[in-house]
Every structure is written in C-alpha cells, then in structure tokens.
Design a protein around this ligand. Structure first.
Ligand code: GDP
Length: 328
C-alpha cells in the first residue's frame, strides 16, 4: 500500500531532499506551500521544480489553524514532516514576536489537527542545535540541558515540548530531531557555507575579488543534508517514538571551512577573506557539537560524507551555475 506523507517546508533544502527520498521509496508525497510560492515557481520552488509532476502541493498558511485543519483533512497523511519555520535571525521586536508566534502555533496546529483528523499519523518535528544554544557541555546529546539564546531557539524548544506533550498525553507517534547544521548545494546563501563556497568559486573565475566574513573562530558540526533527511525518515519507522540528536560528532571552525573551500578551487583563502564586524557573532565558550550515539545505536544511522566531500559537491554545483564543468 502506498504511504502518504505530508511535508511542510517542502521547497527548502531539507524538504526537497526528503521529497526525493520518499518518492524513491514509493510514497505519495504532499507538500504545503504558500500562495506566493505557486505564483513564483522559478524562485520560490527552485529546489522542487524537477519534482512538480510527481508531488501534490497544497496552498495553506501554517499560521492559520483552519488552513492547517483543511489540509490535514484533505490529505489524511500517514507521516507528517514539519520542517517549515521562520528561522530569520533578526533582532527587531516585530520579527521576534512573529517568529515565536508562527513557529509555536504552526507546530501546535499541526499536532492538534493530526490528533483529530489523522490520529494514526506519525509526526516528525525539525528541532535544532539552537535549542542547546549557549551550552556548557561538549559534545551535546539528548540529556544535555537546553539553554537557548535566541527567539528562534526558544520557539523550537517550545515545539519540542509540544511534541513530547502530545506523545505523553495522547500517545501520538511524534518525534523531534535535534539537527545540527547540515549543508548541501541547496543551502541558502544566507548561511556561511554557501556564502564561502559561492565566493570561492566566483573569485576563482575572476567574477569577485574578496569576501567579507564574520567570526572565523566559530565552530560548527556540519553534516550533509541528504543524510539528515534519511535520519528523519528512520525516526518515523522506529518501533517507538523518541527524540534524537542528529550530528556528525565532529566540529570545525569557520576558518577551516574557508581554508578547505578555497583550497578546493586552488586558492589560499588568506589572500581573499576579510573580516567584517557587521557579520560578527560571539563565539560559544563551548562549541556546538552533537553526539549522535543514540540514533546510531537505535536506528543504525551514521553520516556518509566527510566535510571535504560536502565541500566538493557544493563547489562542483556552484561551478555549474557559472557554466563551468569540472576540469574546465
Ligand atoms: P547558524 O549556525 O544557523 O547560525 O548557521 P550560519 O551558517 O549562518 O553560521 C554558522 C557560523 O558561521 C556562525 O557561528 C557565524 O557566526 C559564523 N559566521 C562567520 N562569518 C559569517 C558570515 O559572513 N555569515 C554567516 N551567516 N555566518 C558567519
């Protein structure tokens, strides 16, 4: 029997890889998008343009409970992956209020709608290492206390507690994946890895001269996005619902990433990178680095790519965007 999956945030990096994974496994894939996305397919749906004839899109607004209920009633999914969220890092008051409201409400509306209209549906919630925030433990795992340092982190932590509450109070098969940074050729340009790779390739092609970056000593645990959507799927196939840290267990500085990305295009980053205080964020006293032991032991998940392999894939994709094939 074909399984039906509903994905929020289907047009994002993770949503698009997850849609591909589920289609390969024979799922009927439904996605929720905003009206504006349907009207601007070329830009807003660029990650899923190649899938449009194989998936069913539903125009809905996750901050409108009626819209969420209607979609859940229309689809009656067996698995729901809630990846959409406002993740814009901003310090303005209006943004703070809407990020918290939108992220908490959308998760709550989905859980409530599924409980009522698709009670057998298994639910995945996209948590994040930002829930740990300013940590004092290295590496972090499922037992590490949460000390979020941003409204985004707080909103995700509230979602995590909603998921646990629905699991404990109503027996929902609901899981949170606490995902560390994960990259790919589909990563948005606002993230440091894409910014670095894109700049390195452009500089190597003579299209750009320098790149301005923030804190080069910041550390991140960078994984490969397609591995992380595999982890999401495995969580929903497990015998019992639970929460899992998804990470590589290895941390690198931004400086290491820059150095390797520039080396991949034959350049020394020190000649091209300038530090600009505008992009500066304070370094964590204890770096963010996840311990993926639980998901490895229970679900057999492990990352498949090294950082150099991830960089190579991103560089190769960036070169094709500029009409260059490998070796040309
Ligand atoms: P985040 O972990 O979700 O904040 O992912 P980012 O890719 O945006 O940032 C990763 C790390 O890179 C953070 O510690 C930033 O402080 C650091 N960083 C250094 N320079 C830059 C920059 O120019 N842009 C961004 N986005 N991050 C930078």
């Amino acid at each position: 029997m074909t399984k039906k999956a509903l994905i929020t945030g289907i047009a994002g990096q993770d949503g698009s890889y997850l849609a591909e994974l589920l289609l390969d496994k024979g799922y009927e894939v439904h996605g929720i998008v905003r009206r504006v996305a349907i009207e601007d397919t070329e830009h807003k749906l660029k990650n899923i343009v190649h899938l449009l004839d194989r998936i069913q899109l539903h125009v809905a607004s996750l901050d409108n409970v009626f819209s969420v209920i209607k979609t859940v009633k229309d689809v009656v999914p067996e698995e729901c992956y809630h990846l959409a969220s406002s993740s814009f890092v901003s310090y303005s008051f209006e943004d703070e209020i809407s990020i918290l409201n939108n992220n908490v409400n959308s998760t709550h509306y989905l859980l409530a709608a599924l409980k009522e209209f698709a009670p057998e549906c298994r639910f995945y919630f996209a948590g994040t290492s930002e829930m740990f925030g300013q940590v004092s433990v290295f590496p972090q795992d499922e037992a590490t206390p949460f000390t979020p340092r941003s409204i985004y982190g707080i909103s995700k932590l509230a979602g995590y507690h909603l998921v646990r509450n629905y699991r404990q109070q109503y027996g929902a098969f609901a899981c949170t994946g606490i995902l560390y940074n994960h990259e790919s050729p589909r990563r948005g340009y606002e993230f440091v890895t894409r910014k670095i790779v894109s700049s390195a390739v452009k500089i190597s092609l003579g299209l750009q001269k320098t790149v301005l970056l923030g804190n080069l000593d910041a550390c991140r645990d960078w994984g490969y996005a397609p591995d992380y959507v595999e982890a999401m799927w495995r969580m929903l196939q497990a015998p019992e619902p639970d929460d899992y840290v998804v990470a590589t267990g290895v941390t690198h500085t931004v400086r290491e990433f820059v150095s390797r990305a520039f080396a991949a295009v034959g350049l020394d980053y020190r000649c091209y990178v300038q530090v600009d205080p505008r992009f500066f964020r304070p370094t964590e006293a204890v770096p963010l680095c996840g311990a993926p032991k639980k998901i490895h032991d229970r679900l057999g998940w492990a990352p498949t790519k090294t950082l150099d392999e991830i960089i190579a894939g991103m560089v190769s994709h960036e070169r094709t965007l500029h009409g260059r094939q490998e070796g040309s």
